[in-house]
Structure formats: C-alpha cells, structure tokens
Design a protein around this ligand. Sequence first.
Ligand SMILES: Cc1ncc(COP(=O)(O)O)c(C=O)c1O
Length: 396
Amino acid sequence: MNTANTHFETLSIHAGGEDRNPKNALNHPIFMTSSFEFDSLEHADATFEFETDDYVYTRGNNPTLRLLEERMAILERGAASVAFASGMAAISSVLMSLLKPGDEIIAHRMLYGSTWNLIKNILPQYGVGCRLINFADISDLSDRVTERTKVVYFETPTNPNLDVIDIAAVCDIARAKGAKVVVDNTFATPFFQRPLELGADVVVHSATKYISGHGDVIGGVAVAKDRDYASELKFGYMCEFGGVMSPFTGWLLLRGLKTLALRMREHEKNALAVARYLEQHPRVKRVYYPGLPSSPGHETAKAQMSGFGGMVSFDIDGTLAQSKQLVNSMKLFKLAVSLGDCESLVEHPFAMTHRGYTEDEVYAVGLTPSMIRLSIGLEHHDDLIVDIDQALSVIG
Ligand SMILES: Cc1ncc(COP(=O)(O)O)c(C=O)c1O
C-alpha cells in the first residue's frame, strides 16, 4: 500500500502487517501467547540477533502488537511506534529514555495530573530538573531553553482547559537549542492533528481514550520520527521497565482505529453544538473549546488541526459548591474520569483528576477550582443539551 497517497480512513483499516497473517483471517488474530517456539537453536540464534522477523517473547514483540505499532506509526506519519500498558507507561518510558541526571525538562504549565506529578515530583528524584511555564506565550521560550534542556513537553489541546500550543513554533525553538520535543496527542488523535509533521520528535498517546473509543481498555502508544530511537525505546525501556501492552488490548485498539475517523467527526459535531449552547447560557461564565472563534487558541487550532475534538470545559457564574451541585445533577452525562468514549462523561477536575493541585496551583496553571470538563460522546447532541440544561436550572 502506498501510504503516502492513501487517505486516513483507509489507512486506519488496512495499513501495516500485510504479510504476517498465516491463516488469512480477515481480522488479524489475537496472538495470546507469552512465548514463541523456535525450530532449532540456530533459529533462536537468528531471532535473538534480529536476523529474522520472528518473535521471542511478548514483552519484547508480538504479532498483534506489531500490527498496531505499524498502523499507529503510519497514521501519525512517524517511522515506528511502541505500544505500552498505559498512556502513563508510554510517557514515563519516553521521558526516562530522553533524560539523565543533570538534564532539564521544560513543560507547559497545564498537564494531565499524573504527567504533572511525574515531571514535577518524580523526575527530580532522579536528578532531572523541571520548569513548568506557559507555552501559550512563547515570546521568551527561546531564552528559557538552555543547554541543560533536553526535552520540551506539552499536550495540545491540554487536559482539561483546552489550551492550544503552537506546535511548529515550539519545535523550531527547541530544535535550535538541540532539545527533543514530545507532544501528547491524546485529545486530538492523528485524525485531527499530526505533531510529527510539524516538527515534533515523539508523540505519546493515552490510547485508553479516543484510539480505543469504547472505554474498555487501558493502553498507551509512543510514535517516533526516528526508527533507531523507537527501537531503543522498545528494547531498552518498554521491555526492561516491563510496561507491555496485552495482545488483547492491542487487538481492541486495532478495532477502535477502524472507526476513529467516523467517531472523531461525530464527537466534534456534538462538541461544537454543546459549546455553542453553553456560550449563550447566562449562568455560564466561560467556555473552553478551541472550535469557538472566541477561544484564544482558535486561530492556532485552525492552522494546525483539521478538527477541534470532542472535549469541552466550562466555568459557571457561581460558587464551587454550585459547580459540584451541577455535576451531581447530570443524568445522561456519567460522572467518571477518562474521556473519548461513546458515552458522554462529566468530571470536576479540581475534585477528581487534578485533586493533587492546591487552589493556588490551580489558578497558576490556568484552571479554576469550579471548572467542569465534558467528554462529549456519540449520543444525539440535542439530548446532551437537554441534560446540561436541566442541570444548569438546578443551580438556579
Ligand atoms: C492527556 C492525557 N495524557 C495521558 C493520560 C494517561 O493515560 P493512561 O490513563 O492511559 O495511563 C491521560 C489520562 O487521562 C490523559 O488525559
């Protein structure tokens, strides 16, 4: 398949692994095995030396996972990818592989809670310095990236306040200083945004979210621009830290990928309808959605994304207690962490995913304690709006 000239929708169903399906099953089988048998010691020798394409042990390689890794690399326009047990396994392994004692990481101030904890509290225990700054204004980023800076890290759009970071501009600055850029593309997915094409070195995903799309797995993927780096990440870090994905998870993610484009279009259509409804509601103070022209990140999002995604956050004109009452009043929206599922979900970051932040820290990173985050699912948007409307009416 000529992947360069084939559309995303086709690649997400067919790309990769053409010659590795011994029984011609239309759907690639799940290779649910820990080990692979060798014909002889000579065959084992050749496999250990990477002289054959064969397999040793699923913690290192597995045909189901290899197909997922090939497909993800093609969809993100990378050279190769590595599947992990979770998004955090992917993020922690990538950062450990790129940083050593004495180095420094610079990250955008707003990050998913566990990533923030890893960068702010765990990496410093291994001698890695960290600075969290606001990438929404990169006018002085060039001065801040020093010789010690080996990684520049951000999500875009960010979780949960949908900041949009100019990927190409940050990559230009980092490249000039010799730092690697790692982008968390979980919210946008490769259907809407491909950071490697804009200059990033590594893309990480919580595949738990839109790649799965059905809220039934935990998984992660890191896609690299450089094949040798991906190989080092796989055999030097994933394999040794042991954060390997189950082949069953890999198979479910391959299934999820087949409908990614369809789902993302629908998530976006619903999200836009909800964001527009919220924007005109008198009890809503601010809506965070890059698809709204009023959003500060709208122009950058339009330039680097082909769609704005399915996540919407908002602040009410009211108290913290009222924001909690609103969340408790929602019925169709399920109160749960995670995102990207068919079901619409609501969460209260300050009370849930970002509960590690103090009130001061929340404001310092561009959040508010009463912000509400919605993962807009695939139900009809009119029904979603009816639910939000009745919940808003409860707070009067
Ligand atoms: C943007 C983002 N990155 C990374 C993660 C971590 O992924 P996982 O839960 O699959 O480890 C999450 C989880 O919510 C997330 O929202």
